[in-house]
Design a protein around this ligand. Structure first.
Ligand SMILES: Cc1cc2nc3c(=O)[nH]c(=O)nc-3n(C[C@H](O)[C@H](O)[C@H](O)COP(=O)(O)O)c2cc1C
Length: 201
């Protein structure tokens, strides 16, 4: 249940091929402080424009801070909260939109933040966990709950944990949990030398 390999044109590393966004988290399996720290370390060592490190993650760990975790869960849209309630870790992903060295607008802040978020997801996959990024949350509620400044965009909330029995899902989500992963054809989004000219594998 925890393996859903991507169908790739040529072989790629398992770390990417086996990452997918599960929902059937095992509510009984929490994360240790060391595991949570490892996830953050993976994100911390991401590249960023000027080395500015514009990502700002608010960690809501059910094991160490159940109140923060509950607040994060309450910020999700009902569809997401319905399954994310079984994830022991919720991480609120934000970006600082200004460069630290000169306070100028950092137009790469969200780009770098996305890279850091993926590093967290890949580290979790390497540790046998699953991650599920969510855009479905209440921005104002999340901002108020965690004291996130108005200028800092909130990009996502990520659910993290170990997958378990799909019995925690309703019928529709159980079907989606087992559906094959799909992507557009390579040439639809990757171009050869010129915009719109499909790259052929
Ligand atoms: C920024 C972002 C927002 C997303 N929002 C949601 C969401 O609110 N609810 C949800 O169930 N999945 C959400 N997803 C998960 C995507 O649907 C999923 O990554 C995509 O279908 C590809 O599947 P895979 O990650 O298993 O390869 C989101 C993913 C990203 C990157």
């Amino acid at each position: 249940m925890s393996q859903k390999n991507a169908a790739t044109a040529v072989p790629i590393h398992d770390l990417m091929a086996t990452r997918w966004s599960g929902r059937a988290f095992d509510p009984a399996r929490t994360l240790t402080r060391e595991q949570v720290t490892a996830l953050l370390e993976a994100a911390r060592w991401s590249p960023s424009c000027y080395g500015d490190q514009p990502w700002r993650f608010v960690v809501a760990d059910k094991a160490s801070d159940p109140a923060a975790w509950q607040q994060a869960l309450d910020c999700l849209v009902p569809f997401n909260a319905g399954w994310a309630r079984n994830a022991p870790l919720l991480v609120v992903i934000c970006a600082d939109p200004k460069f630290g060295h000169n306070s100028a607008d950092n137009r790469w802040a969200t780009y770098d933040t996305g890279a850091a978020a993926l590093a967290l997801c890949l580290q979790a996959n390497a540790m046998g966990m699953s991650t599920h990024q969510m855009g479905g949350f209440d921005d104002a509620k999340t901002r108020a709950a965690f004291g996130i400044p108005a200028e800092a965009p909130i990009m996502a909330i990520i659910a993290v944990g170990y997958l378990g029995s799909d019995g925690v899902l309703d019928d529709e989500l159980r079907q989606r949990e087992h559906a094959a992963r799909a992507r557009k054809d390579l040439g639809a989004t990757f171009y050869a030398g010129q915009w719109g000219k499909a790259f052929g594998a």
